[in-house]
Design a protein around this ligand. Structure first.
Ligand code: ADP
Ligand code: MG
Length: 99
């Protein structure tokens, strides 16, 4: 997901930012990965978790589908907010089973 974030920022963009936060709130761990890259095209928003979906020339498009499977197997969630042209923030939550 960090690699996706870095890849979303155009090479020639002056101010590049990828911010990862991890915090515990009660019995959940919340991870956010935020970038100021291209954002996700509204046309693609419904597809990004699909296996083999990619907008990259040499992308595999396997990453997010697998990540979502793994997270949901642990009863976690993955969501995102994006502004096309501005950036994206992914939020992962994972329950802590033995607090
Ligand atoms: N941080 C992000 N910013 C913009 N688009 C993203 C971001 N993360 C994922 N995407 C979009 O979701 C698609 C699928 O991502 P992924 O499953 O990791 O495959 P891949 O990285 O091989 O293309 C990417 O091709 C891209 O269009
Ligand atoms: Mg990827």
């Amino acid at each position: 997901m960090v690699k996706n974030a870095t890849q979303a920022i155009p090479e020639n963009q002056e101010t590049k930012m990828v911010l990862v936060t991890i915090e515990r709130i009660k019995n959940e761990v919340i991870i956010t990965i935020k970038d100021n890259g291209t954002g996700i095209d509204p046309e693609h928003i419904d597809n990004i978790f699909e296996p083999k979906f990619t907008t990259k020339n040499s992308g595999m498009g396997l990453g997010l589908g697998i990540i979502k499977n793994i997270i949901e197997n642990y009863n976690g969630t993955i969501t995102f907010e994006t502004k096309f042209g501005r950036g994206t923030i992914f939020t992962v939550t994972l329950p802590i089973i033995n607090p």
